[in-house]
Design a protein around this ligand. Sequence first.
Ligand SMILES: *Cc1c(COP(=O)(O)O)cnc(C)c1O
Length: 384
Amino acid sequence: MQVPLTRPYITKVEEEAVMEVLRSGWLAPGPANDKFEHMFANYLGVSHAVTLNSCASALFAALFASNIRGEVLIPSFTWCATANAVVAAGATPVWVDIEPENYGMDPKDIEAKITPQTEAIIVVHYAGHMCEIDTIAQIAARHGLLLIEDSAETLGGTLHGRQAGSFGIGCFSFFATKNITTGEGGMLTTNDPQLARTVRTMARHGVSPFSTESQSAQPPWHREACMLGYNFRMPGILAALGLAQFSRLEEMNTLRRHWATLLNQGLSVRPDLLKIPTEKVRYKHVYQMYVIEIKKTDWRDKLVFQLRAQGVEASVHFFPPVHLQAYYQKHAFSGHDSLPVTLEKASSVISLPLCPQMEEQDVDMIVKATLSNLDKFAQEECKK
Ligand SMILES: *Cc1c(COP(=O)(O)O)cnc(C)c1O
């Protein structure tokens, strides 16, 4: 038997939605995009949502449209897209350490790394659990910094019932492994109407979809770039797929939480060797990934190898941390010498398989394989 790390959960609902767009004869962004954006904004409790082709595009658009060119505080314990967006926008990443419980940016280290050049903070909501966003939002407000939430891994996660991505500019991913998927896709959310307009314009070649006075004096075919533009559009087929997935978000997140609870029960018997994921009070975890930590870090890699050999597709998110990846080492942006928790977590985390449509026998296999490997390693250690 094989237990894959994750699988998209596609049903007849998604198939029908995609076929409907294919049959409609309109493949460009259209009604499905409008509806997806409307429902997404409503769900988050924000005024604007913009469909885009990826979360990387959303992060870049947030920075570019806000004219951020100075220092941007980001975690190194993330997918490299967070940092790439900062460099692509012409700004400078400054690495900030994480707190050890849920791997979110450490508010104390944020305060320590703010300089007169700091313009923005990009937080990451890791694996389905929000960072300490209320504290961080206060810091951002106090220092006049733009707050961007890389919520690629957390759609539906909340603090005090308030949604991830609704505190600052929300950037979401619909890549194949996320809470909902369109294969590739993204969404930017904001309460700032001007920002939403700018992002809509830059995402379609810099040609504004809004008619201005000078434009209405022109013939209807007259279209011109009013800013530097990109093509970040989400095709209508993918918007329809996203909308169908989004209609099943609560169902899928409930299942994710169910399987995570069972995995927690099974794995909680070895607190001496493992840390299981925690859900802080007032937070809701939506388990985009199920991440444990192994206390003996020199066992980490061999456990992942063993599990894979036994058909349990374990993995590691993320190693190496971004500041140690080749491109970023070459550039040595500041803050890289003070990330002890990042280094510790990068060598102890393990992602175990989890997806909504997994089954009880998958959970059994993951738990048994993990625990028996640990027993074996412990015995080997004794014999030495
Ligand atoms: C997946 C991911 C991204 C990138 O999302 P894309 O839609 O593939 O661009 C960015 N940040 C984090 C934290 C991610 O996990």
